[in-house]
Design a protein around this ligand. Sequence first.
Ligand code: ADQ
Length: 487
Amino acid sequence: MGRLVVVSNRVADPRKPAAGGLAVALRDALLATGGLWFGWSGRIVEDGTPGEGEVRVQPAGSVSLATLDLCRADHDAHYAAYCNEILWPVFHYRLDLAEFGAAAAEGYRRVNQLFARKLLPLLRSDDVIWVHDYHLIPLAAELRAAGCAHRIGFFLHIPLPPPPLFAAIPENAWLTRALFAYDLVGFQSRADVGHFVGHAVAEAGATAFGECGLEAFGRRTQVRAFPIGIDVDEFQRLGKTPEAREAYETTRTEYARRKLLIGVERLDYSKGLPQRIRAFRELLTRYPENRHSATLIQIASPSRETVGAYASIREELERLCGSVNGDFGELDWMPVRYIHRTVARRRLSGLYRAACVGVVTPLRDGMNLVAKEFVASQSAADPGVLVLSRFAGAAEELVESLLVNPYDVHGTADTLQQALAMPLAERRARHEALLRRIREHDVHQWCTSFLQALDASSTPALKPRARAQRSPRPASRARPVRSSRPR
Ligand code: ADQ
């Protein structure tokens, strides 16, 4: 494979452990190929010109980090509006929260064009380009329009909704066409692949070829599921650090007479937090033996706080936690400990280990890495139980967890009770199977299998070059709908 070029909204120094999941995942491939990582710098130029931005390239060991500034208008239309107020809610099945608008779509396209224009001069002929996530769906199409013939792959970290929901985005035809500019399109789950194939067949008359190929708009692309994992060894090493041990021991001592349940996420409406607190209230109501005992530690880190929907979910969560504590709490027992903060990863692994039950109940999630971190942190001798939403991508893999429908508050409460009462032998058997699974499909395997598939994706355009992308709105006008199904 040639040099790996990663493009994502944000860039991190892969040598730094605090860089987080994606950086850890890509570190080996970037270091091995002396790769380039390209993305937004995080800086907003208040009075900058739309469609313009300065790029800075800096070395990080053998890897180069190239970052691009965005002007206020581009940031607001691309990131704040199109990504956060259209793609994020619709892709998480929340049409009701989407704020559609042509200006946002134009800004989204403008920033993708800017990315393409600034990236092109940095490319070498043997580069392999891997584009990440919903911020950059049209990037390959913009690169192709400028003559880029490199192998380009795309991975969507969030879910892809079923065709009728995707079709509600006014620019859905443009987005679908843009995905065909990639040689490989990766999704988190088989369900997401099915949604994309269904949409491409129904709306664009796509036809299938080979095992995972789709053909439309005069281009062929491979479409496959690559469920992302965690670095299990690294997470287990974190669990042995003094900070992790301290978090574990303090928590265990403080809650010696209690049974701990833990939830950890960004405070996002996709994570099912109000439903979880309602289910916990129901647990205390239906199974009173848990009073004075079961304690839910809910860590929800601040996220996109300027977006209205996030402010209201925060208010709702605080109100619900307050009412459970007011109605059930005692002087020596608070049923819910809600913490609106980011917790250091090392401490987090100690907290996961101290808990009897990991409560991971999103209403919709691409994968959900917290579920895998919880499993990796447990002691094999006395492991906790994972309660997992059937609507997380992880549910396709982690079938030995206790799967719940988070909308069903009573059912979730019953399952929490089952988890709290589970005998040791069953906990061990389930944990052993889950750990084996997350080891087999860890983040390194995810990265390697995507890059191998991209390398093997010899699916050249049927026409010499995909046609330049039209602007989002005109392209979204109906194409003839054909109902051919994939072979
Ligand atoms: P996220 O929506 O951010 O990611 P998730 O997969 O759960 O969701 O990853 C969150 C990460 O942040 C985990 O490593 C977790 O430990 C950490 N984290 C969350 N809250 C924290 C807190 N309060 N303090 C400290 N750390 C915290 C998106 C998609 C997911 C997909 C990932 C990776 O939405 O579905 O799994 O990308 O592809």
